[in-house]
Ligand binder design. Structure first.
Ligand SMILES: NC(=O)C1=CN([C@@H]2O[C@H](COP(=O)(O)OP(=O)(O)OC[C@H]3O[C@@H](n4cnc5c(N)ncnc54)[C@H](OP(=O)(O)O)[C@@H]3O)[C@@H](O)[C@H]2O)C=CC1
Ligand SMILES: Nc1nc2c(c(=O)[nH]1)N=C([C@H](O)[C@@H](O)CO)CN2
Length: 234
């Protein structure tokens, strides 16, 4: 097992949980953040991961998480910012949702990157990976605030890559449809699949392949990998 742990946020379910398990399979020590205690977190603990509870939507929760993290480690191999809230515009909740998504998608990566760069410098190299969204390329009529917050995250990739080179590489992954949600009906699924040239729901392995590439490639920084099935071709 490699000594310096990898931190992945939002690892309680779906893509984050899948990538956390694959990192463990590949012999990495692992620290995860979660918001709700779920079966996936129990399983990660059983496999030796350190699980830290955190709500990353507000400054106090983010700072408390960083303080707890630093009590458990003084070295990190990588930080993967995966935690995310995906809200369409909701009447009467626009400002609250906007602030929450800017919090989770921008403020949390911003503060964690600033506060934890010292931990990453013990690894050669250190890596930061932001999980964004291909929707940044076009915007979204139904997820305006979500798309804008992910656009901000994509810009953080450029700024932190410039600030932290050469000791730390900073990159992004911009997925389009990877995994449907349980409540997605057939009509929604058919419409979503038709938006890409490849027309499939690929599942989380394609995100882990992208994460693995970024962790293993010593000559890539300031880059956002598009993993969108060719949506830009339609
Ligand atoms: N699924 C897809 O098809 C696509 C996903 N993406 C991006 O990929 C990443 C993973 O997607 P997916 O697995 O679907 O994500 P989910 O919607 O399943 O959410 C991932 C995790 O984020 C955590 N989270 C949400 N809000 C907060 C918060 N305020 N503080 C701390 N943690 C929080 C949740 O924790 P808990 O469960 O404990 O509440 C959840 O486990 C995300 O960044 C997403 O935006 C981009 C495009 C497509
Ligand atoms: N945090 C999340 N972000 C996103 C999700 C999700 O389930 N959780 N899902 C999508 C969709 O797959 C979209 O890409 C296609 O409908 C986007 N972001």
């Amino acid at each position: 097992m490699s000594v310096a742990p990898i931190l992945i946020t939002g690892a309680g379910q779906r893509i984050g949980l899948y990538c956390a398990e694959r990192l463990l399979d590949d012999g990495h020590a692992l620290i995860v953040s979660y918001r709700r205690e779920q079966e996936g977190i129990v399983r990660l603990r059983e496999r030796g991961a350190l699980a830290l509870q955190a709500d990353l939507s507000e400054p106090s929760g983010i700072e408390a998480f960083v303080e707890t993290l630093k009590r458990h480690t003084d070295c990190l191999r990588a930080i993967v910012h995966n935690a995310s809230e995906w809200h369409a515009e909701r009447d009467g909740h626009e400002a609250e949702d906007f602030q929450r998504m800017v919090g989770v998608h921008m403020l949390a990566p911003y503060l964690i990157n600033l506060r934890c760069a010292e931990l990453l410098r013990c690894s050669q190299p250190g890596d930061i990976v932001h999980i964004g969204d291909d929707v940044v390329r076009t915007g979204s009529a139904r997820h305006i605030a979500y798309s804008a917050s992910k656009a901000g995250l994509e810009n953080l990739t450029l700024s932190f890559a410039a600030r932290y080179a050469p000791a730390i590489k900073v990159n992004g992954i911009a997925p389009a449809l990877i995994l449907f949600n349980d409540g997605d009906d057939d009509a929604y699924r058919e419409k979503a699949l038709a938006k890409s040239a490849l027309g499939i729901e690929p599942g989380p392995a394609v995100i882990y392949q992208s994460l693995r590439y970024l962790l293993d490639n010593p000559y890539v920084t300031g880059t956002t990998l598009t993993v969108n099935g060719g949506r830009h071709l339609k």
